[in-house]
Design a protein around this ligand. Sequence first.
Ligand code: SAH
Length: 249
Amino acid sequence: MGKVYLTGAGPGELELLTLKALRVVREADVIIYDRLANPDILKEAKDGCEFIYVGKEDGKHILPQEEINEVLYRYALKYHSVVRLKGGDPFVFGRGGEEGKYLKERGIAFEIIPGVSSAISVPAYAGIPVTHRGVSVSFRVVTGHETPNKESSQVDWDSLSTNETVIFLMGLHNLENIRNNLIRVGRDADTPCAVISRGTSSEQRTVVGTLQEIYEKVQEAKLPTPALIVVGEVVNLREDLNWFEEKMA
Ligand code: SAH
């Protein structure tokens, strides 16, 4: 019986993969992966390694989560080393916890290999520090995926009215709702925002605007996924710290 490595692939740029992740990728008998920010990682696998794609495209899951769990279990019975490769960090909106619980219930050994989460690294590649002395002393990473109507929302919108940095993942298609909700709970309509698409890759693009205008600007720019949203005064620091896009330009 093998072991499953629930492994973070990082945000995109190949060198942001950890050494530990690279080692298990090179040793893997099978790699079970999502739509990865960087498919070049798979080129590191040894000859004969099997590749199983279980990701989602355009929001449609190829396999439901229960079936992904089952695939992990089956391959753990068959092989010595199973790598479950996920974008960013496996525990940041990555469902790594669900997969770990499932394996534990079935007596399969697993390890977690944290990854560089897009939540912090993608803002960094857009020149935005998520905290900055005198500007923001905390940040929050929030799902942008759920429909933010008050009855069903698990997001505590009221608490997002303070001036802390907020990073929304999976929120590109919900940007208008997110904007409306933040303004409704009292966040200043002039708060600077950035939407960063395909961060850390050569296709990285960033749109900056006030909370009020960001949705329209992003519509106009037709930014592709994956993209994340940063809300807060730290966005202004990009004027001085935009090292990556300036290097690419
Ligand atoms: N576990 C991942 C997040 C999974 S949720 C992590 O830690 O990064 C998927 C969301 O992450 C996307 O909808 C997008 O909001 C964000 N994301 C992931 N990679 C990104 C990238 N390269 N650029 C911008 N956003 C990214």
